[in-house]
Design a protein around this ligand. Sequence first.
Ligand SMILES: NC(=O)c1ccc[n+]([C@@H]2O[C@H](COP(=O)([O-])OP(=O)(O)OC[C@H]3O[C@@H](n4cnc5c(N)ncnc54)[C@H](OP(=O)(O)O)[C@@H]3O)[C@@H](O)[C@H]2O)c1
Length: 361
Amino acid sequence: MPRSMRALVAAEVGEPADVLRLESLPVPAPEAGQALIRVKATPVHASDLHVLRGRYGFSAEFPTVGGHMECVGRIEALGPDTEGLRVGERVVAAAVPAVPGPQAAGTWQEYLVADTRRLLPVPDRLSDSSACQLAVNPLTALLLVTRELDVRPGEWLLQTAAGSTVGRLVIQLSRHLGIRTINVVRRRGAVEEIKALGGDEVICTEDEDLVQRVAETAGPAGVRKAVDCVAGPVGAQVSQALAPGGEVVVYGALSTHRQTDPAALTIPLQARSVIYETKAVRGFWLNRWFGAASPEDAMRALSEVRGLVVDGVLSIPQGRPFPLERFAEAVALAESPAHGTKPLFVFEDGRDEEGGDEDDR
Ligand SMILES: NC(=O)c1ccc[n+]([C@@H]2O[C@H](COP(=O)([O-])OP(=O)(O)OC[C@H]3O[C@@H](n4cnc5c(N)ncnc54)[C@H](OP(=O)(O)O)[C@@H]3O)[C@@H](O)[C@H]2O)c1
């Protein structure tokens, strides 16, 4: 095993493309209850970029290695007091730091140490692209639909940014569970794609009125459950479109992707509607969920997600691979409009080929 490795390190808070540097760091040694993982692939999420900008829900200690959420890799070594895992095993590491709690090691590096209670073995037929994206977006989709809102078969679920990775997974999961979806997109070009994916109704905010279209679609009973990751005026329209007693779970703020525009970070609610129609607007954050869930419950939920992906119920869009050296391109792609695919940092380990879920795209 080499003594040093390549890592993408930010010395200080700032714009990721400006502050990230490719550096050489010592390979860490696993302590009790930890495994050393040789990383194979790890995504670039917008939330990873918010951490580097100092605008996420927790503050990283700088210098920090980028990529705070998830990766797939092979166990290179095990520390003392580890059970049930073996060296060479391919695992997903849910690096998502719990809040409050210790910050996780960044994933944008060749090796990292991880708590073995946060490692999920994955079968060879799951590609690196799918495996490295398992722990954040598919888990979020599952938790939002089944645990946060407990949407029942036949019910309507309204969601924004339906073309996002989470949005696509919500559509697939909803179809599987017999839930009907009303999907909001911002571009007309995305409408047919969402329908082809199985979205029951699609509303395009480019040229349609969200509140009016929801009323036309759902009829007098209305829609009682919604998830929103756009916030701002769109989030407000979602709350307005809800039936009395309805609830919307806000889990993102894409209206101001870099979270710099205070007006777009605000969701202007109509007090009369919230009070007299007893509507609820509340948040969801996977980090907080991980902080509250027991390691066993977290692994149970992750295993459920793994099963849904392996069985083909959920198909995670194929990521676009980048070597660490091309981090500026990867970071730019992660937030560019209509990017369609998620940038992934990939590492060659020469020991096995890419896994086989051919249909994940
Ligand atoms: N709270 C949590 O724990 C949690 C967990 C996972 C994800 N998230 C959040 O969920 C959101 C989606 O994540 P993702 O990884 O699925 O995203 P993604 O795959 O990168 O896709 C981003 C999507 O958002 C759309 N979009 C961007 N800006 C928009 C705007 N101003 N108005 C409407 N749509 C907009 C894009 O549409 P175009 O195709 O038109 O560009 C694209 O479909 C992000 O905000 C992320 O931070 C939160």
